[in-house]
Design a binder for this molecule. Structure first.
Ligand SMILES: NC(=O)c1ccc[n+]([C@@H]2O[C@H](COP(=O)([O-])OP(=O)(O)OC[C@H]3O[C@@H](n4cnc5c(N)ncnc54)[C@H](OP(=O)(O)O)[C@@H]3O)[C@@H](O)[C@H]2O)c1
Length: 309
């Protein structure tokens, strides 16, 4: 395991706190004894936290060639991930071009499971899905030693960030997901899978891992799981899509992100997230985090303050 004593592993998007794959991955790789170079967009308390963990923190922009030379030079293994955004493809190619220049032994690319059902004749209406598909194409042409990770929807997004207020304040899981089944995965499990790959990348080069949670079920089922975890009745409310999108804009999301989330919701309704794989278990030897474990782990966020007091 060369990077234990030799070259650091580059983790991009390391300060992220939405899924937080980069942040969790940084901690996991350090715990395995690797040196980690953590790329952050800006210095703040999150970057300081990474430093406290023992990472070599560098500030830079994935869109900037000079930044990426500084970030990649001296690293042999890379995790590439960044926020859902309109410039995702350019950032991917920017990073890949510099990685080719310096020569790396592994490039783990964060993608999305929806890409498995996309092709040259079939994309989705999500601008982000298309960028991920194109990014995978470009990386395949690059000749880099790529490993592709395609998780399904993260628990931390739809089932925490987008759901916590409704659960906390109105005892409802209010999402526009119809009666479609879904198998959400924890971003912590995704980070664990990537940490296994980057620990010993050679057998994984060229592989694509589709990562799902431990069960696929509809939202009524998950509302019952919330009820069990929280000790009060939580009901699923299939909210109108248009009102939900308005609320995303009100919350300050960009049109790129809002459109992407809206398409994810639509694809849930038609059953596209009803998928199960055992890739996570095969990689990590551990079962995926269940909804019950996830809600119990985030009790505070789902509990009204007066109820918690
Ligand atoms: N959410 C889901 O359900 C889901 C499902 C499957 C796959 N994914 C994929 O997972 C990835 C997101 O992972 P995540 O949730 O772990 O990310 P995250 O927590 O949102 O963190 C992303 C990080 O990227 C940084 N970043 C954005 N633009 C940058 C730039 N130009 N230069 C440098 N850093 C930049 C952000 O910096 P700041 O913090 O400073 O903004 C942030 O720290 C995306 O590829 C997404 O498609 C998500």
């Amino acid at each position: 395991m060369e990077s234990q004593h030799g070259r650091p592993i580059l983790v991009t998007g390391a300060a992220g706190d939405l899924g937080g794959v980069g942040r969790n991955l940084t901690a996991m790789l350090l715990a395995k004894g690797h040196r980690v170079r953590a790329l952050v967009r800006r210095e703040d308390e999150r970057s300081e936290g990474l430093r406290q963990l023992g990472a070599e923190v560098i500030q830079g922009d994935l869109m900037d060639l000079t930044s990426m030379h500084h970030a990649i030079e001296g690293c042999a293994r890379i995790y590439f991930g960044m926020s859902v955004s309109a410039n995702y493809l350019e950032a991917t190619v920017n990073t890949a071009a510099v990685a080719r220049h310096h020569g790396v032994e592994a490039f783990v690319n964060m993608s999305q499971m929806t890409v498995t059902s996309m092709s040259i004749t079939e994309t989705t209406a999500s601008p982000q899905h298309k960028l991920h598909w194109l990014a995978e194409q470009a990386l395949a042409w690059s000749g880099l030693p790529v490993i592709t990770v395609r998780p399904t929807v993260f628990l931390e997004g739809f089932f925490l960030r987008l759901a916590a207020a409704g659960v906390r304040e109105r005892d409802e899981l209010a999402l526009p997901l119809g009666s479609g089944k879904t198998s959400p995965i924890s971003a912590v499990d995704v980070a664990r899978a990537v940490s296994v790959i980057l620990d010993e990348p050679a057998p994984h080069i060229g592989q694509i891992y589709n990562l799902t949670g431990p069960e696929s079920a509809d939202l009524h089922h998950y509302a019952r799981v919330f009820s069990e975890a929280l000790g009060r009745t939580i009901r699923y409310r299939n909210i109108p899509r248009s009102a939900w999108i308005d609320s995303l804009f009100e919350a300050g999301l960009s049109s790129h992100v809002a459109k992407h989330l809206a398409v994810m919701a639509d694809l849930h309704v038609i059953g596209r997230y009803d998928r199960m794989t055992d890739d996570l278990f095969r990689l990590t030897g551990r079962p995926a985090t269940s909804m019950l474990e996830f809600v119990r782990h985030h009790l505070d966020e789902f509990t009204r303050r007066e109820a918690a007091a």
